[in-house]
Design a protein. Structure first.
Length: 133
């Protein structure tokens, strides 16, 4: 297997991989930082595609001592504004890591957020040494 710079000609094979794996998302080419196609050398067949994209995370830090009603008001004021700003920045998705079930419910019911499959993982690139693989 060889890694090469993604080429537009790779799209049909990448789409075919996606059709056979419908539970994975197929990324658009918007907000791409880097992408590669992985090709089997023996027949030049694309067998994988990797991409690093801008990942927008919504963060709302609330004083835990304020009333629930005040928290709800802040969510109602801040969420539509932040979603609009993200859309204006031409982002496709915004992710929220919610640590409160009530907040999650509001985001899903009022603002159309959905649960995503898989496990959310993070790598702190500030602590990763150059060359670590």
């Amino acid at each position: 297997i060889e890694s090469r710079v993604f080429q537009l000609d790779d799209i049909p094979e990448i789409n075919d991989i996606h059709r056979r794996n419908p539970f994975i998302g197929i990324p658009s080419l918007n907000n791409v930082i880097a992408n590669s196609s992985f090709v089997r050398a023996s027949d030049d067949k694309v067998v994988a595609y990797g991409v690093v994209k801008v990942f927008a995370e919504g963060v709302l830090i609330l004083d835990k001592d304020i009333r629930t009603r005040e928290k709800a008001e802040i969510v109602k004021l801040s969420t539509p504004e932040m979603l609009e700003r993200a859309r204006d920045a031409r982002l496709e998705y915004i992710y929220v890591i919610a640590n409160d079930p009530g907040y999650s419910t509001i985001l899903r019911k009022k603002y159309g957020f959905i649960r995503v499959p898989g496990e959310l993982l993070m790598s702190n690139l500030n602590t990763l040494k150059k060359g670590d693989r």
